[in-house]
Design a protein around this ligand. Structure first.
Ligand SMILES: Cc1cc2nc3c(=O)[nH]c(=O)nc-3n(C[C@H](O)[C@H](O)[C@H](O)COP(=O)(O)OP(=O)(O)OC[C@H]3O[C@@H](n4cnc5c(N)ncnc54)[C@H](O)[C@@H]3O)c2cc1C
Length: 549
């Protein structure tokens, strides 16, 4: 089956939905999403969105906090732009129906999180993402120029030569409709990648099952520059024992006074950072990892005794409910927590207009790497980045949309899907396969054990070689087997895991979220730069404009 639209969007989280609402002014928009439309990381976001809205706050302070967390790798121009454009995008979210909490005087209530020197987090209790996601879905529903297709899994991008630049340009996608088990070619004039993160690459993660890195893997196969994949953020406070996805206790709980202690009640964070339990996440996650290793404990505790029960219930209804359901009495016993993979700071390299290195392919949200987060994301800067960059990408696409091409006669280039080779290719529905589930577990376990919070040369090397064997075996299956969602996702997980390892191996120092025992210090002489990977294996300089630097 074939279909033609102006703009194709992959993903129905905050990036895809806000972009679609704007892009609909410029043409027909088809949004494909691989599960039910609300099944996104966005929907699970808890703490909120950071923006300079408080009387005691200033742009330069938010910029400084972001730069400090980013450990030297944030792009100053990007940080300044995203911070400056935050407040107007927050108001826009409200105009689309998101209700954020207010104080008794009717002003936006601002929360505080780790690494922030001021209160600046707009929130809806601790279910901020749910409030945003559902408001945006309602707004999209009311927009006739947007069509949403659920249960459509993007498999690969389509590439054909751009007649003016003679470079491969993105002209649509190949998707798998996994309710009906059929492949569909969607041609479009531009593709906006908003497919979110890749937490599922790790055994323990706060990310829901959709976060398998499909977008990064697809863009990589299409020749796009991928950056900084070594910087996977581990959230320090996932509930122990972890579920899949892990139940997250928001950082805002520490912002309201909770502290992290050992199981015997002794506090330790002050030994690691002057901001103690409110230190940047990489510091907190590593400190917990170290304390667990030295004590042999399976977890540490979040001590919430300084927060009155009623305040906790009102401010963190999601956490309160989740803890009660799981039989945890936080005031009697503390909350048992461990770190879990949470946020990918790296991804498809884009400029400040969401442009990737492949013409016609745009990206924003967690799949993208803009230079905002550097080596470590500041809490609540990701929802902010998604709304600012999606807005800017919609403006850029409006200017880019080329004249409609004459139908037919396209030559599809390698790196993307080849519609001509699909005849006779079987596709399957969403039926679980024990074999593929086993392989998936192998990837997730090896990433957790060897490419986790603390790394080493030997661990990374062995991860690389095992992943390469698994990828080769998968390549054979890919040629011969029925294409099912499990098979497609395993391919993404493998390719994304390989990208994380490739980036981690090429950063021979410790910085931000990348910590290796063999090179425990920062090396500003050699590594004060992003890690770039492309299919060709070369460290291509991405053509950034001065404002992106
Ligand atoms: C538990 C949790 C709490 C968080 N709390 C916060 C917070 O308080 N503040 C903050 O700033 N950030 C937070 N984050 C991070 C933030 O939620 C995400 O970075 C952000 O929501 C990503 O938005 P997105 O639109 O890029 O992707 P997502 O919201 O993840 O959406 C991705 C979409 O792409 C679709 N998709 C993926 N692959 C394909 C494919 N192959 N084909 C078709 N569709 C596909 C998915 O189905 C989904 O619809 C949190 C994350 C988690 C998991």
């Amino acid at each position: 089956m074939n279909s033609q639209v102006d703009i194709l969007v992959i993903g129905s989280g905050i990036a895809g939905l806000t972009f679609a609402l704007k892009a609909a002014r410029h043409g027909s928009v088809l949004l494909v999403t691989k599960k039910a439309r609300a099944e996104t990381n966005t929907n699970y976001a808890r703490g909120g969105l950071a923006a300079v809205l408080g009387d005691d706050d200033e742009m330069r302070l938010h910029v400084a906090d972001t730069l400090e967390a980013g450990a030297g790798l944030c792009h100053l121009g990007v940080v300044e732009t995203v911070v400056a454009e935050g407040p107007v995008r927050v108001r826009e979210l409200m105009s689309w129906g998101t209700t954020f909490d207010r104080d008794q005087g009717g002003r936006l209530a601002l929360g505080r999180e780790g690494g922030h020197s001021r209160r600046r987090i707009v929130h809806a209790g601790d279910r901020t993402g749910h409030a945003i996601e559902h408001a945006l879905l309602a707004a999209v529903e009311a927009e006739p120029a947007i069509t949403v297709l659920e249960d459509h899994l993007a498999v690969d991008l389509l590439l054909s030569e751009d007649p003016s630049t003679r470079r491969p340009a993105c002209r649509g996608i190949l998707a798998l409709d996994h309710r009906l088990g059929r492949l569909i070619v969607f041609r479009s004039r531009a593709v906006f990648l908003a497919s979110g993160g890749c937490g599922q690459v790790y055994r323990h993660t706060t990310n829901p099952a959709i976060a398998t890195g499909d977008g990064t893997a697809m863009a990589y196969r299409a020749g796009a520059v991928i950056a900084n994949m070594e910087f996977m953020q581990f959230h320090p406070t996932a509930l122990h024992p972890t579920e899949d996805p892990a139940f997250l206790i928001s950082e805002a709980v520490r912002g309201e006074g909770a502290i992290i202690v050992r199981r015997d009640g002794t506090s330790f964070m002050e030994r690691y950072h002057p901001r103690a339990s409110l230190a940047p996440r990489d510091v907190v996650a590593r400190a917990i990892d170290q304390e667990m290793r030295s004590s042999g404990d399976t977890h540490v505790l979040l001590d919430v005794s300084s927060i009155p029960r009623d305040t906790f219930r009102t401010r963190f209804p999601g956490a309160a409910e989740g803890l009660t359901e799981r039989g945890v009495d936080a005031w009697a016993d503390g909350i048992p927590v461990v770190p879990a993979a949470h946020y990918s700071c790296g991804g498809v390299r884009t400029d400040l207009h969401g442009r990737t290195s492949v013409p016609g392919l745009y990206a924003a949200g967690e799949v993208a790497c803009t230079g905002l987060h550097g080596a470590n994301r500041l809490a609540s800067n990701s929802l902010l980045e998604a709304v600012v960059l999606s807005h800017r990408a919609a403006e850029a696409i409006a200017a880019f949309l080329p004249a409609p091409k004459a139908a037919g006669g396209e030559e599809w280039l390698p790196g993307g899907a080849d519609p001509a080779s699909l005849d006779g290719r079987d596709a399957g529905t969403d039926t679980p396969s024990p074999d593929l589930a086993h392989e998936r577990k192998r990837v997730r376990d090896l990433m957790w054990d060897r490419v986790g919070i603390v790394r080493s040369d030997a661990l990374l090397e062995s991860a690389e070689s095992e992943l390469s064997n698994l990828a080769a075996a998968h390549e054979r299956r890919w040629r011969e087997d029925l294409w099912t969602p499990d098979l497609v996702e395993l391919r993404s997980l493998l390719h994304t895991a390989e990208l994380v390892v490739a980036c981690a191996r090429s950063r021979v120092e410790s910085r931000g979220l990348h910590y290796t025992l063999d090179h425990p210090h920062r090396n500003n002489e050699s590594f004060l730069r992003d890690t770039h990977v492309t299919l060709a294996g070369v460290d291509l300089p991405f053509p950034l404009t001065p404002e992106d630097a």
